[in-house]
Design a protein around this ligand. Structure first.
Ligand SMILES: Nc1nc2c(c(=O)[nH]1)N[C@H]1C(S)=C(S)[C@@H](COP(=O)(O)O)O[C@H]1N2
Ligand SMILES: [Mo]
Length: 344
């Protein structure tokens, strides 16, 4: 079955927004390990003929050009990016994949050993590209150049920067974001497969909610909606995808917390401290943000209003909300407009 997505609206998966033109954000690591060491690409694991290619050799193989849209799990998308490089399938044909290989792992030259994986069939069906160019230029090092794998139709964490090894496996091996941050292993943006199921059970979360102390704990995807958590201590807590919809968080302290993709719809965050917090992709629509402090926070992909059945549901923002200009600069243009209007 094929879906036709011709107009722009239908090309943006649910919960995503377009970045302002020319503002491709750098997400995660900004540089590889050993940036000055010459680059090569190794293919090994369950293959009959493991081999290694220098960057020049990779570039001299037949090149494939593909234009596609990219979608980050923290809710930003970019349309019509043209990548060129070598099809994974072509490299695999050369390597002679053994019949017991079922997964493919893409490993980066990275200080934190970044990697990701796909099942082999999906990787080939999606025409995974081992890319060296984007929009006619070599890929910038901050975006994973000189070699990056590019997987269309999956959240962008399936495309590792600074690719240096492709390993064929009989069993899956979870990648960095999948293992460390609970990102979904399928990662289909059209199905909004952002996170795996929560690891914290209902009883444990209810107990924690009673103590109002989340500091330093890993509570990914916790359901803390419609609660009274005024003055919550959540310093350095890991709260990706947490649901705080409708919750009283007045005076809560989220200093240095990871709140990426957290849901604060209609929450009371008056006088809350969000200093240095990761708020990428977080939803503040309808939240009370008066007196809240966002100094040093990261707001790529965050939203402060949504339209529900044509009605604008916006955050309450005024001059007491601390939004330094550099903090709001990376917002989507419509969102920035809303925030700036509210601050006047
Ligand atoms: N080596 C490496 N690859 C990575 C990451 C990373 O931190 N290190 N981040 C992933 C994530 S979550 C995203 S959204 C994209 C971001 O790519 P960009 O910085 O070029 O926008 O790279 C993916 N690949
Ligand atoms: Mo991402």
């Amino acid at each position: 079955m094929t879906t036709i997505r011709d107009d722009c609206e239908n090309r943006i998966p649910p919960g995503q927004q377009l970045v302002a033109p020319g503002k491709w954000p750098v997400i995660g690591e900004r540089l590889p390990a050993d940036p000055n060491k010459p680059w090569s690409l190794q293919i090994n694991g369950e293959v009959g003929n493991p081999f290694s290619l220098s960057l020049e050799e990779l570039r001299s193989l037949p090149q494939t050009k593909r234009t596609m849209d990219i979608h980050c799990v923290t809710r930003w998308s970019m349309l019509d990016m043209t990548f060129s490089g070598v099809l994974l399938e072509d490299l695999l044909t050369k390597a002679g994949v053994k019949s017991n290989a079922r997964f493919v792992s893409f490993l980066a030259r990275s200080k934190q050993n970044h990697a990701t994986s796909l099942d082999l069939e999906t990787a080939i069906d999606l025409k995974t590209l081992i890319a060296t160019e984007v929009n006619g230029e070599p890929i910038d090092i901050s975006h994973g150049g000189p070699i990056r794998n590019i997987v269309e139709m999956r959240y962008f964490y399936k495309s590792v920067k600074w690719l240096e090894k492709i390993e064929l496996l009989t069993e899956d091996r979870l990648g960095f974001w999948e293992a460390e941050s609970g990102y979904h292993n399928q990662a289909d943006p059209w199905k909004e497969q952002r996170y795996m199921a929560p690891t914290i059970d209902r009883r444990t979360s209810l107990k924690l909610i009673e103590t109002r102390n989340f500091s330093n704990q890993n509570l990914r995807s916790i359901d803390a909606s419609q609660r009274n958590l005024a003055r919550l201590n959540a310093i350095e807590a890991s709260l990706r995808d947490a649901d705080f919809s409708g919750t009283d968080l007045s005076g809560a302290d989220f200093t240095n917390a990871n709140l990426s993709n957290a849901h604060f719809h209609n929450a009371n965050l008056s006088n809350a401290i969000l200093v240095d917090a990761d708020l990428e992709g977080a939803d503040f629509s309808g939240a009370d943000l008066r007196g809240a402090n966002f100094s040093g926070a990261s707001l790529i992909g965050a939203s402060f209003f949504t339209r529900r059945q044509g009605i604008i549901v916006g955050a309450k923002i005024d001059r007491t909300t601390q939004f330094p200009p550099s903090v709001i600069a990376p917002l989507f243009s419509e969102q920035l407009h809303y925030v700036n209007n509210a601050l006047e």
